[in-house]
Design a protein around this ligand. Sequence first.
Ligand code: GLP
Length: 252
Amino acid sequence: MEKHIIREPIAYEKIPTRIYRDPKEASKSVAVEIAALIREKAKANLPCVLGLATGSSPKTVYAELIRMHREEGLSFKNVIAFNLDEYYPMDPHAVQSYWRFMREQLFDHVDIPEDHYFIPDGTLPESRIADFCREYEHKIDQLGGLDFQLLGIGGNGHIGFNEPGSLINSKTRLMMLDHSTRVAATMDFGGELTKVPKKAITMGVSKILQAKRVVLLAWGERKAEKIADAVEGSVSEQNPASYLQTHPNALF
Ligand code: GLP
């Protein structure tokens, strides 16, 4: 057992769950897993297809990956990345945009080629979103699917922006955001609820579940109840994170 793990998964948990002393140590171990996968794929001359997440939780993982790039020669040249979601509508240069977030938190600091990362486009006319979403999934499929999906969890159990009520077979689509999600995001929008977009484009639950490996991060007590429910309760559309009980290789 790694020395920073407080406890390894236990039998009644329906999703293997590791508890760490602090987010930094947990993030380190997730970054080590991602780096090993990138290197293994590079060795075999294969692309490494990563599903990436925004929110505060993955920031420490990205910081560790950047450190490994700088200090340990970890290259992202073979990485192809697909982000989970983006607000709609959203200007990619706005401070709240997930496109900007990913550039600032990871892509601008590593050697990933500019045409190797994809983020749902918050500038599309609404009439083109359905086609865009189909194409987004098609691109992932053509690469053989996601090798690894990194996830956070919303206070209401959402993954990506798959809000409660999302079906297990839901596709990448435009989603109405929950009131609670918009309230949670107000601080990012100058404290004004009316400025928080009402919609977002999100990768669907089914594409997330098709990833070969899924790791969900949750830090602090705020998320404890939703996590316990997802890990120990029954699979329910009321808590989309619980869908990961059906995944053969997920880790919380
Ligand atoms: C947003 C994102 C989710 C993320 C969630 C939690 O809603 N769309 O993908 O998991 O925020 O964010 P945080 O990690 O900041 O708690």
